[in-house]
Ligand binder design. Structure first.
Ligand SMILES: [Zn+2]
Length: 291
């Protein structure tokens, strides 16, 4: 376990050092045919009748990111701006994970989701907040609220397994933590009707985040196959919000709130705004690619 002091000394601009849990891209898992440094998406509808492949090489991805317009809806363009549904993960009644300092995941999710909506508006996209009041208990009801959206992103914060937790005192209360894992990760479902664009959006967001110094984790590779190891994108086929969405969809885990230092980073409003900005730019990039 890295000490908090050492982690601080070696911190990249916005993330904890990769030693906090990330295995470099050389340790690619889940990419077939040795597709190191590129994303390979194989979409196979149930029944296996057809087989579509999308390759996102690094050069293509950088070109894609460089081409993101400052404003996605230019003056005189009568088409509506791309619309992105931003889902606040969990509910008030069932708020998800609990942070190392006892704060509910739902609160983290709502703060970041609000900033993503703001960031989308700043670059000319329309963000539609889903579950802002934390009252939508049904996962299937979330995408059902936004059938007209062009993309769907569910905002979450990560935890760890029960057996990895340790006890500590915080503010006179007994809480639990784990400093083993830190960093963000992304998920797509092969049951979503538009897997290629779901993966493109996840990859674009992952690339943007790493480009400005956010650090991914490979924590979830223990259970979830990689769709794109370089950008910490996993397959999670049975996530209801992803397969019930009628548009490209992804789930974003912003970081591990059981990690004592990362929890503080994840509560920093400036850092939240920077993360939101990169998420919005990544979404603008993937939605700008012609069908
Ligand atoms: Zn969650």
């Amino acid at each position: 376990m890295a000490s908090l002091q050492n982690a601080s000394a070696d911190r990249r601009p916005w993330g904890l050092p990769r030693a906090a849990g990330y295995r470099p891209a050389g340790g690619v898992r889940g990419l077939r045919h040795g597709q190191r440094g590129s994303a390979r998406c194989t979409s196979r509808p149930r029944g296996g009748a057809w087989h579509a492949t999308l390759r996102i090489g690094p050069a293509v991805l950088w070109l894609l990111l460089a081409l993101v317009p400052q404003s996605a809806a230019s003056a005189g363009d009568v088409r509506r701006a791309p619309r992105v549904a931003v889902d606040v993960g969990h509910t008030i009644a069932k708020p998800g994970a609990v942070s190392a300092r006892g704060r509910a995941e739902f609160e983290f999710n709502r703060e970041l989701a609000l900033k993503v909506v703001d960031s989308l508006a700043r670059i000319g996209l329309e963000g539609v907040l889903v579950n802002a009041d934390g009252a939508i208990a049904s996962l299937a009801a979330r995408p059902a609220q936004v059938p007209e959206a062009d993309a769907f992103i569910s905002i979450h914060h990560d935890s760890v397994s029960e057996w990895e937790l340790q006890d500590w005192d915080w503010g006179g209360r007994g809480e639990t933590y784990s400093d083993r894992w830190a960093g963000h990760s992304l998920f797509v479902s092969r049951r979503n009707p538009d897997l290629p664009r779901s993966l493109l959006c996840a990859t674009a967001i992952g690339a943007r985040l790493q480009r400005v110094g956010f650090t991914p984790t490979d924590k979830n590779a223990r259970r979830r196959e990689y769709a794109d190891a370089l950008h910490a994108v996993h397959y999670f086929d049975d996530l209801v919000v992803l397969y019930r969405a009628t548009q490209p969809a992804l789930l974003f885990e912003a970081g591990v709130i059981k990690h004592r230092e990362e929890e503080l980073l994840l509560r920093d409003p400036r850092r939240q705004a920077r993360m939101a900005e990169e998420i919005a730019t990544g979404l603008a990039a993937c939605l700008a690619v012609p069908r």
